[in-house]
Every structure is written in C-alpha cells, then in structure tokens.
Design a protein around this ligand. Structure first.
Ligand code: MN
Length: 238
C-alpha cells in the first residue's frame, strides 16, 4: 500500500529565473528541490552575466534531463558575442557588433567573457550549443491551470497577437504588470527585479493580474525565489 502511494506521487513543476551566475544559490536550490525524474524545473532566462558562475551553471545544466531553460537577453547577447569575439580565428563576421560587445561587457558580460575564456575548447563549444538551444517561451498546463513561461513578455496588445511577436519580445519586452493579459492563463516571467514593479516586493515574488514575476534580484544580494506551479508555494534560497 505504501509503495503504491509513493508511486502515485504527482510530478512537480518549479520555476526560477535570473540566476545571473549565482552558482552557489543555484546549487542550494537544487539541493532543496530533490528533483525526481518525473519533476521539472524551468529556468526563465538570464543564467549568465553579473555573477561569476554562469559558465559553471551552464555546464551543470547540459547534463540535466529535467531542467529546461528559456532565453534571456543576457543569454542571447552572450551566445552571439562569445561566438564572434571569444573563439580563436573568429571575428570575421563581427563587423558592426563591436559596440554591442562593448556594451555587453559593461552590462555584466565581462565576468561571463572571462569565465568563458578559461574553459577548454570542447567546453566552450558545449556552452555555445546549450545557449543556442534555449526556449523562447513554454506553454504548460499544470493541474488544469494554464501557464505561459518566458523571460519576459511584450505589452498586452502585442502579446494578444502572439503569432506576430518577435523573439526579442520575449527576451527584452516590457510587460504591463498592471493589466490582465489572459483570464484563463497565468504568465510567469523574470527579467525585472520585483522591487522595480513594487518596492514593497523587493526580494520577494510578485503576483497580480494573472502574472507572477519571480526575479527577486538574487545577484543583487536578495534571496533566489522560486515557485512550485502545482501548489503556488513560494520558496526562497538565501
Ligand atoms: Mn533580463
């Protein structure tokens, strides 16, 4: 009987975002979750930049079968700019990217760039392949509730016509948190530290208008927050 109950344990789905190279908090999160092969964790982008452990996180993610990652603006820049500026004999297609490279380095990319250069060639290619495989967004139904997961979403009028959206809308769009986009689906995003949505929510998950914002600003010294989509429980890793 006990065995049967164990067997019927539901799969559990979690979401976290904006790890920004915080390798220690990422490892603590995994220790807390005890993911079984039936469970899933979705990382909603910005794995790299600012913190110094982005490459270590990516190399760990490559081998995990039940952790899925969406594309954030920092991951997107890292993929393009590392390929053009950090690989030997490359740079021949980098014309016009120099300004983007300089801006990226000053916006948190320098730690990623240095960490990438310290990897051996096979790991560099593995990291670039993984960055190239990131999801733009993911639609899920959990316990009958629909979810839309992405690094960010564009304004409501664009989002309601999703087929005309561009990839950039989901990696650097500006959500209208004050508007309800969908009656029947919950949007989950990172990208904007919750303290910028409402200062009262600094370091905590923000919820409103069928939208859950989960970037608590872990790289700025706040806890790493994550949410269980089955129970809506919020959990925080210091
Ligand atoms: Mn972002």
């Amino acid at each position: 009987m006990e065995k049967q109950i164990e067997k019927e344990r539901m799969r559990v789905i979690y979401a976290v975002s904006d790890l920004h190279g915080c390798y220690d908090k990422y490892m603590k999160l995994l220790e807390r979750l005890h993911l079984t092969s039936d469970d899933s964790l979705y990382i909603l982008g910005d794995i790299v930049d600012r913190g110094s452990g982005g490459m270590k996180i990516l190399l760990d993610l490559i081998d995990r079968k039940n952790v899925f990652s969406c594309r954030g603006n920092h991951d997107h820049c890292a993929q393009i700019l590392l390929r053009n500026f950090a690989l030997p004999n490359d740079g021949c297609f980098a014309d016009g990217l120099e300004e983007a490279f300089r801006l990226w380095l000053s916006d948190g990319g320098s730690t990623t760039y240095e960490e990438f250069l310290s990897l051996d060639e096979s790991k560099q290619h593995a990291v670039l392949r993984y960055l190239g495989s990131l999801l733009v967004y993911k639609k899920l139904t959990v316990g009958g509730q629909k979810f839309f997961l992405a690094h960010t979403v564009p304004e409501k009028s664009k989002m309601l016509n999703i087929d005309s959206c561009r990839i950039s809308d989901f990696i650097m769009g500006e959500p209208e948190y004050e508007k309800m986009y969908f009656e029947d689906a919950v949007i989950v995003t990172g990208h904007t530290p919750t303290g910028f949505i409402d200062p009262d929510y600094t370091g905590r998950i923000w919820k409103g208008n069928n939208h859950i914002a989960i970037d608590c600003g872990a790289v700025f010294g706040n806890p790493l927050g994550y949410i269980c989509l089955d129970t809506m429980e919020e959990i925080y890793v210091e």
